[in-house]
Write a protein that binds this ligand. Structure first.
Ligand code: EPU
Length: 431
């Protein structure tokens, strides 16, 4: 088993470059299926979720050419197959975008129900409602989503989302791009990656207005041509490094970011005692004084992101006093709390609320990443703990953070990757 081994207690110092946004990339790459020509996509993060989607596109018959480390040319003009290999689709959440893309382009799709992090139930009823409203039959048979348009193309419709959903907003937007007529999607999500997907599609010839507001209007077009596009920087990766410096202390320049996307994270970490200077495309984060307690409630954008909840919890574990975290998006995003407790954290969870009593120090322990952001939070806890922390199940972390070990080592962290025999799994408590 591969683990990350961290010797904690060292502040972070230096500069870190933020990669392209995972949750934009995992929508934009499937959306390339709509394009009848070559898409040159830049700033693609090198993470395992992206590799998986690129593999799916290749299995479907796309030509995928690597231009350089972060740039790919994707040509989906020759694809004739709308059946996605089950084993691949089941591994990631974003495979639901393949339904909208294949249905929009070919009028049918067969994709296994998506996987992804386990936060309790993660239904896709709003996606299905949108696709049905645009004139398709959608059934889930034996764990496979089977969708078929009534006509050759989907038809525009007005869809009101009952829940603000990132995935449903983007999936419906993708499906509506080549539909006949206009689709209006109301009560949509406004995350930066929603705007990025709309910008990508528009740069290929789509006609999408309103992304970033509560209502998106998609006028269907006949065809998308190829073009060039560069993915935005990852808001959550940037926030994770900002939280890491806030927890460990030190002085780090977080580069290649859009500071506007980080506003609520900047505000909360400042409240907790970080000093943050905002520049054009970078933020400098320092922490020299003790951490302050804070209350945090996660909400859809522009609220505090649920994908930063575990990382900010790692900081609050070390802040004097009582902090209250309220999860406003998922039913159960506190599965990581038991792992934090192994490190000496004092956290009580009741439903969507976690109450954290700050402790003067965390201590190293053998822990496991139960999901992507929980894994990132354990790294933060390990970097600020006394002693050695071993983190197992790191495949969850590698789904969404490009070269996290290299980036942290360059900031002065004592972190390495080590192979352990399987039987040692969770048996050791290291101090
Ligand atoms: N929901 C429904 N019905 C639906 C869709 C969503 O009830 O049809 C509920 C969900 O159960 C959840 C809430 O609505 O309680 C919001 O879910 P949303 O659809 O916005 O999330 P998602 O599309 O499944 C994406 C990201 C997540 C991120 C959320 C919220 C991707 C691949 N995943 O998930 O990212 O937490 O939006 O911002 O884009 C992560 O990166 O660590 C991650 C989990």
């Amino acid at each position: 088993m591969t683990k990350y081994v961290i010797r904690g207690g060292k502040p972070l110092n230096g500069e870190v470059d933020i990669s392209g946004a995972k949750n934009a990339a995992v929508a934009i790459l499937p959306a390339a299926l709509l394009v009848d020509g070559v898409c040159r996509i830049e700033n693609i993060p090198q993470i395992s979720d992206v590799t998986l989607i690129l593999n799916i596109l290749q299995e479907l018959g796309a030509d995928v050419r690597t231009v350089n480390r972060t740039t790919m040319e994707i040509d989906c003009s020759h694809i004739r197959n709308a059946q996605v290999p089950d084993a691949l689709a089941r591994k990631i959440r974003a495979s639901y975008y393949l339904v909208g893309a294949l249905l929009g382009r070919f009028g049918s799709a067969e994709v296994a129900l998506p996987g992804g992090c386990d936060f309790g139930g993660r239904p896709i009823d709003q996606h299905i409602k949108g696709l049905v409203a645009m004139g398709s039959d959608v059934e889930v048979v034996g764990g496979i989503i089977q969708a078929r348009a009534h006509g050759e193309r989907l038809t525009g419709s007005t869809i009101y989302l009952d829940i603000v959903s990132v995935g449903a907003t983007m999936n419906i937007m993708i499906a509506a791009t080549l539909a006949q007529g206009t689709t209006i999607i109301e009560n949509v999500a406004k995350e930066p990656h929603i705007v990025d997907l709309a910008n990508f599609l528009n740069s290929m010839g789509a006609n999408i207005m309103g992304a970033g507001t509560d209502v998106i209007k998609v006028r269907g077009v006949e065809r998308l041509n190829g073009g060039n596009y560069s993915i935005i920087p990852d808001q959550i990766e940037a926030g994770t490094y900002m939280a890491a410096v806030t927890a460990t202390g030190g002085d780090v320049l977080v580069k290649n970011v859009i500071p506007k996307h980080l506003e609520c994270i900047t505000a909360k970490l400042s409240e907790m005692g970080a000093e943050i200077d905002v520049m054009d495309d970078a933020v400098r984060v320092r922490r020299t004084t003790p951490l302050h307690r804070a209350n945090v409630k996660t909400l859809p954008y522009p609220g505090f992101p649920t994908d930063m909840q575990p990382q900010v919890a790692a900081c609050l574990c070390l802040a004097a006093g009582t902090s209250v975290l309220t999860e406003g998006v998922y039913d159960n995003r506190y599965r990581y709390v038991d792992e934090f407790r192994r490190m000496g954290a004092q956290i009580q969870v009741d439903g969507k609320v976690a109450v954290i009593e700050g402790v003067s120090r965390l201590t190293g322990a053998a822990v496991e990443a139960c999901d992507l952001r929980a894994g990132a939070a354990l790294i933060i806890a390990g970097l600020s703990a006394q002693g050695t922390t071993e983190i197992g199940k790191i495949q969850h972390i590698e789904r969404g953070y490009e070269d996290i070990i290299g980036k942290l080592i360059r900031l002065g962290a004592d972190i390495r990757v080590e192979e352990f025999p399987d039987e040692e799994h969770h048996a050791t408590q290291v101090g």
